[in-house]
Design a protein around this ligand. Structure first.
Ligand SMILES: [Zn+2]
Length: 432
């Protein structure tokens, strides 16, 4: 099913014309209405008139997650506050929360993007879709509702809570589609197997937001549940879910190119990588009113393919994602940059302390341990500091990722020393 054939199947020439028109308008707009972008462009010695084609993109400055953290969110918004009807927050340590503003038009554009993704996954008005994201650090569920309702599906909003209740609801309402994280979907699959409920369900499709999941894990989920799975990509900073999704041919995720320009940049040179070559994924928003982003560095490492797809869509496809090379770590569906975790530890301002964060899986759920190396030879003082350190750490990790970690205090010499970092992050989850 193609939701918007006129757009999704337009020729690459038509698309290029549309992208250039929107890019020129966007650059003019941010230059004149956002002092932050104007200053950055002036520092590079460019004016809006210098940007006339997509090839001119590399003249523009980058925007990074750190830029969004360091600046007041209203300083990057391109409209008056009265035009904003919703704020989306992404995870960050205390004081480093990223907030983007959405206008009515932005919310409508997101519903359109997600409607296209849901249609790519062959779900539509005759389907009942259960949406199971946490309403917390991840705002993806809001776009998911908007998109599912736009295609006319019946939506069953349910948080990840009691898995048995979720399965009962699936049965009772004849749920055919699910949106959730892959790790939670696998957990649901195991419970359905244990309860021998598979025959009583009408489930046919699941759409999972891009977490690090391997083909093996995906096939395992498909086998257990007897369903097809689709991958959806989005970032809170870009507005949420729906930037890209894979179609029935599962050969990369189609980017909504009328809303975003995609660049893949070579690691060391920041120059455009050839199609098919790995590099950092960078997006420029073409339609965004609230918080437009110019050349936003996602930290994700992937490839792009601009060849036509068998499904008939002409939009470029991205993927697969290189989870090991990526700066982003996904923990229970929440994306967090490694530097955010490092900043979190540094922000605790504890002296003579080093940290090791271990991320692993138990029963397909992501878990976190933090090992703290404390340079305190006095046993009584060590004990005294222990509770205080544990409490600070539990609060900091919960605020940043939404997960309560186990914390262990150890003496010196346990954590491997790196050259200039106070913390080590080890992701032990196996994806293959
Ligand atoms: Zn396709």
């Amino acid at each position: 099913m193609i939701w918007n054939e006129a757009r999704e199947c337009m020729s690459r020439d038509e698309l290029m014309t549309l992208q250039e028109k929107r890019l020129v308008g966007m650059v003019k707009k941010v230059y004149h209405s956002v002092a932050y972008y104007r200053k950055k462009m002036q520092q590079k010695g460019i004016e809006p008139g210098d940007i006339r084609r997509i090839e001119d993109l590399d003249k523009l400055p980058f925007t990074t997650k750190e830029d969004l953290i360091q600046n007041n969110p209203f300083d990057i918004m391109a409209v008056a506050q009265s035009e904003i009807i919703r704020y989306h927050n992404s995870n960050g340590t205390t004081g480093t929360q990223i907030t983007v503003g959405c206008t009515r038009s932005d919310i409508g554009a997101w519903a359109e993007c997600v409607a296209r993704c849901i249609s790519m996954a062959e779900l539509g008005r005759n389907d009942t879709i259960q949406i199971m994201f946490h309403y917390g650090l991840f705002t993806g569920l809001l776009e998911a509702y908007g998109g599912a309702e736009r295609v006319g599906a019946a939506v069953v909003p349910m948080m990840m809570c009691n898995t048995r209740s979720l399965i009962d609801m699936m049965k009772e309402l004849n749920v055919t589609g699910i949106l959730c994280t892959p790790s939670y979907l696998l957990h649901i699959g195991q419970v359905i197997e244990e309860l021998h409920e598979i025959e009583n369900l009408k489930l046919k499709t699941a759409i999972c937001e891009t977490e690090s999941w391997s083909l093996k894990m995906r096939r395992d989920i498909e086998r257990r549940l007897g369903i097809s799975t689709y991958d959806i990509y989005g970032l809170s900073e870009l507005g949420g879910l729906g930037v890209a999704c894979d179609c029935i041919y599962h050969n990369g995720l189609h980017v909504q190119e009328d809303f975003f320009v995609t660049e893949i940049l070579e690691k060391d040179t920041d120059t455009a990588a050839k199609d098919g070559k790995k590099g950092e994924l960078v997006f420029t928003t073409l339609h965004r009113e609230g918080t437009p982003l110019i050349r936003y560095r996602t930290g994700d490492v992937t490839t792009v393919n601009r060849e036509p797809c068998q499904c008939g869509r002409t939009y470029a496809r991205i993927g697969p994602f290189d989870s090991k090379a990526s700066d982003t770590i996904f923990i229970r569906g929440v994306s967090v940059f490694r530097f955010q975790l490092e900043n979190m530890f540094d922000g605790l301002n504890m002296l003579h302390v080093r940290y090791l964060m271990r991320i692993y899986r138990v029963a397909k759920l992501d878990m976190i341990d933090v090992v703290v190396e404390l340079d305190e030879p006095d046993k009584a003082l060590f004990k005294e500091k222990e509770e205080m350190i544990k409490s600070k750490l539990v609060n900091a990790v919960r605020r940043t990722i939404g997960v309560v970690p186990k914390v262990y205090l150890v003496g010196m010499g346990v954590i491997p020393h790196t050259v200039d970092k106070n913390s080590v992050i080890v992701d032990e989850r196996q994806y293959d």
